[in-house]
Design a protein around this ligand. Structure first.
Ligand SMILES: Nc1ncnc2c1ncn2[C@@H]1O[C@H](COP(=O)(O)OP(=O)(O)OP(=O)(O)O)[C@@H](O)[C@H]1O
Ligand SMILES: [Mg+2]
Length: 364
């Protein structure tokens, strides 16, 4: 029996837990027509909360309505790649065929990429307009998804401008973006001309939070039974609780529990073994990646937090790290933006990633 769980970045899970309402909004935006706020949507959230998966799902919804989808990432050359993708769609556009262009590569630094960005953008805007002329006749449109948004992307700024024009012209165009919370706040801070600001202010912003443990339980049971095994009730409950509702852990725990079981029936002992394996993998896959993004001072604050068993008070953290209160607040903001901590009531913070406390303690 093949393992149905997908503990891989960007992999669509067997069951997407707790995101129906958000996807219904994106779907409504596609159907509702030009001007619907969900036509510019941005998902933020800590690592492993399912941002990339939401882009894939949004694309699937759009395609179900006959729309074309271009999946991109805000890396250098994005605008040129979007232009290339639009050209290919223009060449062979068959509105009945639901085509998806993914991971387009134009092969190194081509002539388009050496063009000045604003000029390139002008061209891309016109090409999108031409594509939309064709699509709109058939009652469909174009969705562009952009993963890994960040502040240093000039291409993203240009795409924001293109989007504003298309929105003003009532075109059948939508854009769904995803990025870490810090990327989005950097974007706002770095926005000298205010272009991206207007664009993002207009965007529907959704923070992908952890999902309900009860829903995780139901999804685990269903995935197991759909794939020809059973799971004891106490085992299912324990496995669901071990995920803390953190999307990546749903797949990681599911995968390792499935793997630990020898027969058709998954027991509490299998769950215990599987959860241990999952936690170990979480440390190398997510926790260490998240910590690698941080400065030594950020880490000092996190270590100071690990001394508490629950939420930490900012006054205590300032005292433990020897920082002035105002200084500690700056680090609080940075860590909130990075998605590693959450606000836990007035003057208190807590870890955002499950097992981060244990991970830090084990290394102190
Ligand atoms: N709602 C969900 N229910 C169940 N599993 C999910 C859900 N969302 C995401 N996952 C799983 O979690 C993992 C991480 O998802 P994804 O790569 O989309 O996260 P991300 O937010 O893009 O992370 P990163 O910031 O590292 O890019 C994948 O294994 C995916 O299958
Ligand atoms: Mg991602």
């Amino acid at each position: 029996m093949a393992n149905p769980f997908k503990p891989t970045a960007g992999a669509v899970p067997p069951l997407l837990v707790g995101r129906d309402a958000l996807l219904a909004e994106v779907d409504e935006g596609i159907r509702a027509g030009a001007g619907h706020p969900a036509r510019i949507t941005i998902f933020t959230g800590a690592r492993g909360t399912g941002k990339t998966v939401m882009l894939t799902e949004a694309g699937d919804r759009a395609m179900a309505h006959g729309w074309l989808v271009i999946d991109e990432s805000a890396s250098p050359g994005m605008l040129a790649r979007i232009g290339e993708a639009v050209d290919r769609l223009l060449d062979g556009v068959n509105p009945r065929a639901r085509r998806r262009i993914t991971g387009m590569s134009i092969g190194g630094v081509g002539s388009v990429e050496t063009e000045l960005t604003p000029r390139l953008a002008e061209g891309v805007r016109h090409r999108i307009g031409r594509l939309l002329d064709t699509l709109e006749k058939d009652g469909t449109g174009l969705l562009v998804t952009v993963d890994e948004v960040h502040a240093r992307s000039d291409d993203l700024r240009e795409l924001a401008l293109i989007t504003q024009h298309l929105v003003r012209e009532d075109r059948e165009f939508a854009i769904v973006m995803a990025g870490l919370p810090s990327a989005v706040s950097d974007l706002l801070r770095s926005d000298a001309q205010g272009r991206v600001l207007t664009f993002l202010r207009r965007a529907d912003k959704h923070v992908l939070a952890d999902v309900e443990v009860d829903e995780v339980h139901d999804a685990l049971v269903q995935t197991v039974t759909d794939n020809g095994r059973t799971i004891d009730e106490d085992a299912a409950r324990a496995a669901a609780e071990a995920t803390h509702g953190y999307p990546f852990l749903i797949q990681l725990v599911g995968f390792h529990v499935w793997r630990a079981a020898a027969g058709d029936r998954i027991t509490r002992a299998d769950v215990a073994a599987g959860v241990d394996a999952a936690r170990e993998r979480l440390g190398t896959l997510v926790t260490e990646t998240a910590l690698a993004d941080l400065s030594p001072r950020d880490l000092d604050v996190l270590r100071a937090m690990a001394a508490d068993d629950g939420p930490s008070r900012m006054v205590d953290l300032a005292a433990r790290t020897g920082m002035a209160r105002q200084n500690a607040d700056t680090y609080r903001r940075r860590l909130l933006d990075a998605g590693v901590i959450v606000q836990a009531g007035r003057g208190q913070v807590d870890f955002a990633l499950p097992y981060l406390r244990e991970h830090l303690r084990a290394r102190m």
